[in-house]
Ligand binder design. Sequence first.
Ligand SMILES: *Cc1c(COP(=O)(O)O)cnc(C)c1O
Length: 392
Amino acid sequence: MDNLKQLDQTYIASTYNRFPVELVSGKGSLVRDNEGKTYIDMGSGIGVTSFGIADEEWAAAVTAQLGQLQHSSNLYYTSPCVELAQLLCQRTGMKKVFFCNSGAEANECAIKAARKYAAEHKGPEYSTIITLENSFHGRTLTTLAATGQDAFHRLFTPLTPGFVHTPANDLAALKTAALANRTAGILIECVQGEGGVNRLDESFVKGVAEFCREQDIVFLVDEVQTGNGRTGYLYSYMHYGVEPDVVSTAKGIGGGLPLGACILGEKVQDVFHPGDNGSTFGGNPVCCAGAVSILSRVDDALLADVRKKSEYIFSALEGAPGIQSVSGLGLMIGILPDAPAADIVRECMARGVLCLTAKNKVRLLPALNIPMDLVKQAVSVIADVCREAAHV
Ligand SMILES: *Cc1c(COP(=O)(O)O)cnc(C)c1O
């Protein structure tokens, strides 16, 4: 471990603060380090391993495709990406899919779709994208511009112009900003993930959808973290009963392999023509075969189960000593402890539970199929640690 840490720090760009743990293997929601210590995985690689580590059905789908054709480029037809796109359209009622490799890239595509639609329908000066304060949309220079957190912007300017941020849940401010600028699109996360697991108000989300329809503004929902069953709905917008024009997703859709998707609704389905966007690895058959295995199992029964586990976690932790509040939706949960969140995460790790943080909260994004007994064990450790750290 010491040697690995030293080599990592020598050769890998220091963009990450890693915990002093080397993970080597796992099964389902249990993951093991190089010393043989087992942890309950309440983070699933930041909401990526939707059905846990080394899920057998997913691994079989991936392995079969790997032995057949691992890549073809987008010059030729292949079946896994078509199957996945069809599944996404059937399950959402949306019309077409662009595949890429990450959340940031899916959002780039979403922004391009909104700008091209507005340019063609209203004029190229209609280019502004409104996003929310405290949002997170990615690390490329354009998705950083979309991200409403100044801390990420410093020293990387100039960012892509044309982004305006307004406060979450303030519909009047959003409308004023959208009308004061020539606006192409409005981009929201229904539950802000990195921003602190904050669920947007229903009236706000509905209001944004309605305003976009009235003004012929493209309504974009970033489902990179909230998507693919995470919130107890296939996509979190479904909880709000709205219909976005564009949905971007990534993280959990691939079950652990890099895959992003930008799903286009009726309004923008024909916006792209050959040459307008592309990605060498986009729609990779191995990633897509894995994603088909994931998405086809995110069915009503699984979603009901996600909501049931969520209710258990909320009821066990809300009002518990050392915990100020619990936020989120489904298995995307933020816990505001009395003690610093980073201290809680470190102590939970020492006691065999891996958690994440989001701002000042402890964030939980377990695998969607995590067994209930592991949920109970993890919640009990988290509750103990929060209580003890608060000295109550
Ligand atoms: C993680 C995340 C992104 C960025 O995804 P990458 O795959 O890291 O590029 C974008 N939006 C949201 C809401 C995210 O949670």
